[in-house]
Design a protein around this ligand. Structure first.
Ligand code: GN1
Ligand code: MG
Length: 358
C-alpha cells in the first residue's frame, strides 16, 4: 500500500496504512506520520460500485470544502484546518488516484486531536444540531445545481420504492414469501411517504444542499467536546432538509440500535429530539414555515426510507450494505420499521416541541 501513497502529493515520511472500521460503504485507513509533529493522512478506497461518478463526487467534495474554508477564513475563525476537511491531490494534481485494477483512492489530511461519539447526550445533541444547521447555512449560498447528485436520486422516496418494486418482482434471493408483514407495512405508507417529492413538484417544498448522512459519528469533536468538523462528505447534494434532520433523529434519538435485534429496546428519545431541534433551529435561519412543520415527518420519512433500503438489499441477496452476519439486513429492516412505528406514536409530541421552539 505504500506504493499507493506515493501517487499523492505527500511530502513527509509516512508509515504503512492501518485499516479503520468506519462506515458501511468505503474502506478507510489511517496513514501516520513517521516523525512527530508532521502531518498524518486519511486514505480511502471509494466504493465506485456505489459512487459511479467518482469524478463528480470528488469535485463536489472539493467545492464544498473550499466554500466552507473561504467562509471560515473570511470570518476570521482560528484553527481552520481542523474545522474543514482538506483533500490531498495526486502528484498530477487530480483529486483521486485510479489504480490499474480500477480501484479509486483519495486522501485527506488527518484532523488531529478529534474525538467522535457513537451515542449522544442531550447536550451533545444540541451542539450537533447547531453543527449540522451551520453546515447547511454555510452552503446555502452555493447554487444547488453547483453540485452533482453523487448517487442519483439518493433520498428520493419514489425512486427507492421503485427499486423495492424491482427487487420484489425479481425476488433474486427467494426471500419475498417469508416477509408479508414487512411488505404490507411498507405498502400502507407509500402515499404519505412520497409527500415531499409531490410538494417539490408543486413548488411548496424547496431543495437545498444537504449532507445526507447526518449521523453523530460524522461530526468530529474537539478535546472539549465541541463540534469541530463535519466529515463523510460523499453524499453532500441537493435534497430536502427533512433528510438531514430525519437522519440524525433516526440514528441518535433512538434508544436502541440501528440493527437492534431486540425490538423492545427501540423507542424515541424525546429529550434528544428536543435538544437537537433546539440547536438546529437556532442556526437554520433560512427554513420556511412549511419546512419547520415538516421536520417530525422528516424523522418518519428517513426511518421509512432506511427500512425500504435495507429490505431491498435483503431481497436482492445483500449486494449493497456490508453485513456482519447472514440475516443482518432483515434485522436492520425490522428495527427501522419498529423505530418508524415508535415515531408515529409520538408524532404529535414532536410537532408540539417544534412549535414551541420555533
Ligand atoms: C450508509 O456507510 P455509512 O454508514 O456512511 C449509507 C447511508 C445509510 C447508512 C445506514 C452512501 O452510510 O445512506 O443511511 O449506511 N450510505 C450510502 O446506516 O448509501
Ligand atoms: Mg456515510
Amino acid at each position: 500500500m505504500k506504493d499507493l501513497i506515493k501517487h499523492f502529493a505527500i511530502a513527509n515520511e509516512v508509515a504503512e496504512p492501518q485499516p479503520l472500521k468506519v462506515g458501511h460503504i468505503n474502506d478507510s485507513y489511517v496513514v501516520r506520520a513517521v516523525h512527530t509533529g508532521e502531518k498524518s493522512y486519511f486514505l480511502q478506497r471509494i466504493n465506485h460500485h456505489i459512487f459511479q461518478n467518482v469524478d463528480g463526487l470528488q469535485r463536489n467534495i472539493e467545492k464544498v470544502t473550499e466554500h466552507i474554508r473561504h467562509k471560515l477564513l473570511a470570518a476570521g475563525e482560528p484553527d481552520v484546518d481542523r474545522k474543514v476537511l482538506r483533500l490531498v491531490p495526486t502528484r498530477e494534481g487530480k483529486l483521486y488516484h485510479r489504480t490499474a485494477e480500477g480501484d479509486y483512492w483519495r486522501v485527506y489530511i488527518l484532523i488531529e486531536g478529534a474525538t467522535s461519539q457513537e451515542r449522544v447526550t442531550p447536550r451533545s445533541a444540541e451542539l450537533a444540531g447547531e453543527a449540522f444547521g451551520r453546515f447547511q447555512c454555510q452552503l446555502a449560498d452555493l447554487p444547488f445545481d453547483a453540485l452533482t447528485e453523487s448517487i442519483p436520486d439518493f433520498h428520493n422516496m419514489e425512486y427507492r420504492l421503485g427499486q423495492l418494486d424491482d427487487a420484489l418482482s425479481a425476488d433474486t434471493a427467494g426471500r419475498k414469501a417469508s416477509c408479508p408483514d414487512i411488505i404490507e407495512a411498507i405498502d400502507r405508507r407509500r402515499d404519505e411517504m412520497c409527500m415531499a417529492e409531490r410538494m417539490f413538484r408543486e413548488g411548496t417544498l424547496p431543495k437545498r444542499i444537504n449532507h445526507c448522512d447526518t449521523k453523530v459519528n460524522n461530526i468530529l469533536f474537539d478535546e472539549a467536546g465541541r463540534p469541530m468538523c463535519i466529515v463523510d462528505l460523499d453524499t453532500v447534494m441537493p435534497g430536502f432538509v427533512l433528510s438531514d434532520f430525519g437522519d440524525f433523529m433516526r440514528t441518535a434519538a433512538n434508544t436502541g440500535l440501528e440493527d437492534d435485534p431486540n425490538l423492545d429496546n427501540i423507542h424515541v428519545d424525546l429529550a434528544i429530539f428536543e435538544a437537537y431541534a433546539r440547536g438546529y433551529l437556532h442556526e437554520a435561519s433560512f427554513l420556511t414555515d412549511v419546512e419547520k412543520q415538516m421536520l417530525p415527518f422528516g424523522c418518519r420519512l428517513l426511518s421509512y426510507m432506511q427500512t425500504v433500503r435495507f429490505f431491498t438489499d435483503w431481497l436482492n441477496g445483500d449486494t449493497y450494505y456490508k453485513i456482519g452476519y447472514p440475516e443482518h439486513n432483515l434485522v436492520r429492516t425490522k428495527s427501522q420499521l419498529r423505530l418508524l412505528e415508535e415515531q408515529e406514536k409520538v408524532a404529535d409530541r414532536m410537532s408540539d416541541i417544534i412549535e414551541k421552539l420555533s
